[in-house]
Design a protein around this ligand. Structure first.
Ligand code: R5P
Length: 232
């Protein structure tokens, strides 16, 4: 089975958790896109839900699929967020932001009672860090921010190259919030909560892609079927 089919299976399993009347956080990325499409089918057959999209791309997908939308200015609390991830560890710590949507994704996940992480099982890892950690930064003072990030990495016992993300057009990638992303190639992050805490206090860091204590359940689709893992 191809990867895309696995992503859709995970999305379909997560859809079983959605109930009429729910306020939903809608994630970003190729897996979350399947969820939005499947949710659109439910809405067309009568299910009443409302969603908050985590990116402009997801907003466009949701509109295309007929999913009613609102904002966190209209409502301040969500029942459930469904989103993908770039890596998931056994404590359900996540790396997110491969698609650049980590800031809105984290705001939405933090406003939700529960977050279901949907993925093909290649995203499941023993230790986070092989996927470069996205860190969303303010362009002003970038060199100073990167120096502070390097000190945080050292304190957390990790190191690696930091690359400012470029878009397909060869220009610097700009997030929906107008910021840049530094991808940190760390290899192994031994203590994700510690690194998350150290990055969070750096003034030029808007947000980082470590999601700690936000994922409630992971739905992982693989060749052997679907595995549902609760946060320990
Ligand atoms: O910024 C993007 C998000 O964090 C995505 O959820 C993550 O990159 C996973 O995306 P995909 O489902 O396409 O692998």
């Amino acid at each position: 089975m191809d990867m895309d089919a696995l992503k859709r299976q995970a999305a379909a399993r997560a859809l079983e958790e959605v109930r009429d009347g729910m306020k939903l956080g809608l994630g970003t990325g190729s897996t979350a896109k399947h969820f939005v499409e499947l949710l659109g089918e439910k809405v067309r057959s009568g299910m009443k839900v409302i969603g908050v999209p985590t990116s402009e791309a997801t907003r466009a997908d949701a509109i295309r699929c007929g999913v009613p939308l609102t904002t966190l200015d209209e409502i301040d609390h969500l029942d459930l967020t469904i989103d993908g991830a770039d890596e998931i560890d056994p404590a359900l710590n996540l790396i997110k932001g491969g698609g650049g949507a980590l800031l809105r994704e984290k705001i939405v996940a933090a406003a939700s009672d529960r977050m279901i992480v949907i993925a093909d099982d290649s995203k499941w890892v023993d230790v986070l860090g092989r996927f470069p950690l996205p860190v969303e930064v303010i362009p002003f003072g970038l060199a100073a921010t990167q120096a502070a990030m390097a000190r945080a990495f050292s304190e957390a016992g990790v190191s690696g190259e930091m690359l400012v993300r470029q878009g397909k057009d060869g220009h610097v990638f700009v997030t929906d919030g107008g910021h840049w992303i530094v991808d940190a190639h760390l290899g192994r992050i031994g203590d994700p909560p510690r690194l998350a805490g150290l990055l969070s206090v750096i003034p030029g860091v808007v947000e980082h892609g470590l999601f700690i204590g936000l994922g409630s359940v992971a739905v992982l689709a693989g060749a052997q079927g679907i595995r549902v893992v609760e946060r320990p």
